[in-house]
Design a protein around this ligand. Sequence first.
Ligand code: PMP
Length: 448
Amino acid sequence: MKDSNFLKENNGRQFWHPMTSPQDSIDNPPKIITEAEGVRLRDIDGHEVIDAVGGLWNVNLGYSCQPVKDAIAGQLNRLPYYSTFRGSSNDTAIELAYELNAFFAPDGMTRAFFTSGGSDSIETSLRLARQYHKLRGEPGRTKFLSLKKGYHGTHFGAASVNGNANFRTAYEPLMPGCFHIPAPYPYRNPFNETDPARLATLCAAALEDEIAFQGANTIAAMVMEPILGAGGVIPPHESFAPMVREICTRHGILLITDEVITAFGRTGAWSGARLWGIQPDMMATAKAITNGYFPFGAVMIGGHVQEVFENNPAAKIAHGYTYSGHPVGAAAALACLAETHRQNVPGNAATRGTQIYEGCLALMEKYEIIGDVRGGHGLMTAIEMVSDRSTKKPIGGDVAQVVQETAYQNGTMIRVSGPNIILSPPLILTEADAAGILSALDAGFAAV
Ligand code: PMP
């Protein structure tokens, strides 16, 4: 490894970082992480912290999951790559598809399509949704619906269904035919409705209204995160997803759940669909599928979508990636599935999630700057900061950065996104780790 001065000097100069400006990477140098163990990171200066970000919501099993590392190393040595494009396949991808179909069987899924990450999985599901309707003889169904504040990635398709201007404006015009419904976000919504159940009904009514306005026979699919993640951890009322499911079914619209964060235990359930008791038509997955150790994703395909494709000899899937079914990713994913079961990862996510959520609610009692705390479903929690609780004016200046840096100096890496602190630690967190995160946050808020 190069020495630390070289690395610090070259970080912002040699490559552009996602989701920030080139100048910002120079003016506000990021933490350079050089080692990790369990749920802890060590930076270039030797400072150790708990990773309350969990990589980027993906390192569910922590940084020392030896079976996953062994699976990757073993696969690299035996077969480091082979394509699954027409005419070839590899044994590891076949085995993984078999296991994923079993894992997602309770969600109604029967087939897998492999990708290289979350944005790819969304792109794939949007394309397959359009093709599904063409195969069924309804080629006019081309539009997509999604939730405001939803995050679905950065390809043109994904950005077009994203519900946050931050990810859209610089790259417009985006894909035509994408329309957005208000999110069931009780703290801020156009209806001024704070009751989650009533708000869910209003948002479902807005969905019905948009479908009527567009014409159901022009809409291919609705894309939705079971719990909105990057938009600020917004768990809808439990009635919401079942209402959306029913509306989509009634209008012949496919429901794609974006499970890039929620699949594999993050919410305390095995999948977001299972959390809400719905069966989507497709599920987009990525991230924790390989514990962040290898770029990989899978779109899971539900029974009747499968039938439409498989019963039509003309249904050529003119889509795929060089790395679709990459054997190293597939080997990592097989090991992750086994570890998720062996360690009952969703169970621990539920218990530790409650601890973190309740701890954040206690911090809200203590600090005026906390306007809202959202979570309660596994290890995805957000703290929304305001400069005035009565007007809900979002915090300004460098307040968030001070909280973040103080928390870091007190032993915890947290992520700030706009006015929100987002906590998404590895799901193998212990009680003491969770307490450590809360006490670092306490120090962070005390500093402002
Ligand atoms: N969907 C959701 C819900 C996500 O959180 C993300 C990434 N944060 C994506 C899609 C895009 O995934 P990727 O960054 O792997 O392309």
